[in-house]
Every structure is written in structure tokens, then in C-alpha cells.
Design a protein around this ligand. Structure first.
Ligand code: CUA
Length: 358
């Protein structure tokens, strides 16, 4: 019977394709990631560990390259030998003899036991050294301490030293009294396991209920760095973003000074403020200086100093606020905030009030 050679069989006969694709993937991926575009001040538009802007992130990248290099070398040597063998020792068309069968060889077995053991040992030692360098069980000297609390699905940032709480945007200074300042985060969860990750600033660290983890960051450049929750934590896990802003010293001091003040009390929006205080909003949100003192949801005292709402789901614009207050489920389906069933005027009044909370 005459067999037609289809494109698929022809492709299947090209045995070099799989290894070639693997090699291409192996070589191109880190290259592509390493050349991530950079915005102003060294901040990348999407999370990347390849442009470290903090001491621990630099240490992590260093060891990644080392591991990548060793593994890459092994990969290339092994794949090279396999491909070479495939071509060199392929069976001739009319050859039906069996290849020589070899059993047991002390030198070969010794080689493939000792060499990998040595490689693993080297990787173990350098990894252990980096882990010890990065892991700080107590705050480094002169550090700024911030408590990070993971919630479904937003971040609470508590500045105990300065005495205020904010949400979703982590603000830190580049220096204190002209010297670089370690940031010491205490990570806690209010519900399920989350993971705090701003890759340009530091490693991924789990945020576990009934357990305290710590994370050390030490920024080396000002800028706005993006991060995200890195542990699946429910419906809106993907919209649990982090904005980390590293400020020059004076700018950070000004931000702190603003955050410490009570909420703006503007009488032109009294209708909205009264409505807010009469609605269930106050059970979950705090606005310092009003009766609202809930802690279940983000503190809104200085809502308008933040660039996003809903932990980064949309930018903080009047239109988005209108939609959010009317029904948050439109923008962030499954989030814990229900629609308050306010009429159109009520939504407008409350948003007018919220817009004054600079
Ligand atoms: Cu929080 Cu995923």
C-alpha cells in the first residue's frame, strides 16, 4: 500500500524540534524578562524581579543568575550530548543487529553520583548564605517598622511608630537623616493565606493567619513599584495589588504629616457626610474625626491621597468612585463590600464627600 507522508509525519520525524524548542525557551526567556521596560526612576510597569531596586532583591537576583547559569550549563551539555548521540549512533536503514549491551561500570557510576552531589552541595551552600543574609528575625538598626495585614482582597498598612493606618499603597522613605533605611515589615493575615510580593523590592513572603512573618526591604532608588498577592486567596486574588512608593526623605515626611491628620471636615459636603455616617459604611470603614471607626475595610481618612481603589482594580477617579459606591460588585465581583442600595442622589452626595478626603 502506498503511504502518503503528511506534514504531521514529516514534523514527527524531525526529532531535533523538541530539544531545539527547549533550548530556545531556556535561552530566550530570561533574556526577555531581563530586558523588561523601565519607567521613570527605575520602576517597571509590571512586576519583575530582573530590575532589583532594593538590597534583598539584588541578592535574590544574584543567586538566581548563579543557579540559572549552573543549570543552563548542565542543560546545554546534556542536551548537546543527547542530540549528538541521536545523529552519531542512529541505526542504519537495513541494520537489524542489536547494539552492545553494557552492564555496570564503576568509573561511570562514580562520576554521575559524585559530580551531581558536588553541584547540589554548592547550590545548597550559596542558597543558605543568601537566605541568612535576607532573613531578619529582628528589625535591623534604624529600621522603619510597618505592619502589613492581608485581607480578602486588599492590604492594610499600619504605621505604629507614626500612629496611622492606610491601605493598598505602601509608602516608604529612601533615606532617613541622609542614610539608607531598612524597612522591616511584619506580615499578618486577617483571614486566609496571602503572599506579599513586590519583586523589585524583595522576595515573596507568605502572609499566614495566626502566624507572624517578617520581610526586610531596603530600597536603593525612589519610584513607584508594583506588586501583587502571590498566593491564591479566593475570587479576587488577581485584584489584590500592591503599590509601593519609595519617596525622597522630605516627600515621605510630608506624606506622613498628611496621613497623621484627621479627615478634612468640609461643610459644603455635609449632606454626603451625614448620609455616610447614617449608612452601614461606618461599620467597616474608618474616617478619623467622624463616627466611622470600622476596621473590616480600608481606612478612608485620606482616600484621595491614593491613586487606586479596590486594591488596584481601577484608578481612583470620580467616575470610578461613583460606580464603586453604587455597587462595588460591578468593578470587583465577589468583593466583600455590598451595594448599599443608595439612590442616585445618595451615591452622588457620598462621592462628593469622599472626594474631599484628601
Ligand atoms: Cu491575597 Cu491572593
Amino acid at each position: 500500500m502506498h503511504r502518503r507522508i503528511t506534514a504531521a509525519t514529516r514534523l514527527a520525524r524531525m526529532r531535533w524540534i523538541a530539544p531545539a524548542l527547549l533550548i530556545a525557551l531556556f535561552v530566550l526567556t530570561p533574556g526577555a524578562m531581563a530586558t523588561a521596560p523601565i519607567c521613570e526612576n527605575g520602576a517597571a510597569p509590571s512586576p519583575t524581579m530582573f530590575v532589583p531596586m532594593s538590597k534583598p532583591a539584588e541578592l535574590i537576583l544574584e543567586i538566581s543568575w548563579l543557579v540559572w547559569g549552573i543549570c543552563g550549563l548542565i542543560f546545554v551539555i546534556m542536551e548537546g550530548l543527547i542530540i549528538w548521540c541521536i545523529f552519531k549512533y542512529r541505526r542504519a536503514k537495513d541494520d537489524h543487529t542489536e547494539a552492545p549491551q553494557i552492564y555496570g561500570s564503576n568509573p561511570i557510576e562514580l562520576a554521575w553520583t559524585v559530580v551531581p552531589t558536588l553541584i547540589v552541595f554548592v547550590l545548597f551552600l550559596v542558597t543558605a548564605r543568601t537566605i541568612f543574609e535576607i532573613e531578619k528575625t529582628s528589625p535591623p538598626e534604624g529600621s522603619l517598622e510597618i505592619t502589613v495585614i492581608g485581607h480578602q482582597w486588599w492590604w492594610e498598612f499600619d504605621y505604629p511608630e507614626q500612629g496611622f493606618v492606610t491601605a493598598n499603597e505602601l509608602h516608604v522613605p529612601l533615606t532617613r537623616n541622609g542614610k539608607s533605611v531598612p524597612i522591616y515589615l511584619t506580615l499578618e493575615s486577617n483571614d486566609v493565606i496571602h503572599s506579599f510580593w513586590v519583586p523589585q523590592l524583595g522576595g515573596k513572603t507568605d502572609v499566614v493567619p495566626n502566624h507572624i512573618n517578617h520581610l526586610w526591604l531596603e530600597p536603593t532608588m525612589t519610584g513607584t513599584y508594583v506588586g501583587q498577592c502571590a498566593e491564591y486567596c479566593g475570587t479576587q486574588h488577581a485584584n489584590m495589588l500592591i503599590t509601593a512608593v519609595v519617596h525622597p526623605e522630605e516627600e515621605f515626611d510630608a506624606w506622613v504629616a498628611l496621613q497623621k491628620t484627621e479627615a478634612v471636615n468640609d461643610d459644603s459636603v455635609a449632606t454626603g457626610r451625614d448620609l455616610f455616617q447614617k449608612t452601614a459604611c461606618i461599620n467597616c470603614h474608618t474616617i478619623r474625626g467622624t463616627v466611622a471607626n470600622g476596621t473590616f475595610a480600608p481606612d478612608l481618612t485620606h482616600l484621595m491621597s491614593r491613586s487606586v481603589i479596590g486594591a488596584g482594580v481601577v484608578s481612583n477617579t470620580p467616575d470610578n468612585l461613583m460606580t464603586w459606591v453604587y455597587d462595588p460588585q460591578i468593578l470587583k465581583p465577589g468583593c466583600r463590600m455590598p451595594s448599599m442600595k443608595l439612590d442616585e442622589q445618595g451615591v452622588k452626595d457620598i462621592v462628593q464627600y469622599l472626594l474631599t478626603l484628601k
